[in-house]
Design a protein around this ligand. Sequence first.
Ligand SMILES: [Zn+2]
Length: 156
Amino acid sequence: MMSKFCKKCGTELNDDAKFCTSCGERMEQEVVVRSNITGNSFPGISKRSIPLAIILSIVTCAIYTLYWEVKLTDEMNKLLGKTNATSGVMALIYTIITCGIYGIYWLYKMGQNVDEVKGKTGDTGILYLILGFIGLGIIPLALIQDTINDKLDGVY
Ligand SMILES: [Zn+2]
């Protein structure tokens, strides 16, 4: 379903409207067209296949993992409306300059974000931190992705 909106006052108009019914603004090329087909209320974020991401992480010797972490950070921030939170790229830089220590903290913080998306208070941050500490950080990544995929599906 498509509608167009007056660029001056935002009134929703019929597709064939020549003038805004509210303010009289002439409708030409500069109308905003919005599409509700996908139902995705988080533009710029798409679901990601967890098995594929894990396979890519293995075959690229973890280079894809770094990209995945950057994307997960930015997507989580966007889902939670945390516009001032540490960006994915900055988190990656901090991880590199602290020789991985920030990465453990990152897992803890992402665990807290997962709880926040699910609307509960829990110990997911601690769980992720422990998994990262014993070298199983790929498991939290899969769980974070699962949470984002579910959020996009409207589960939470
Ligand atoms: Zn108008």
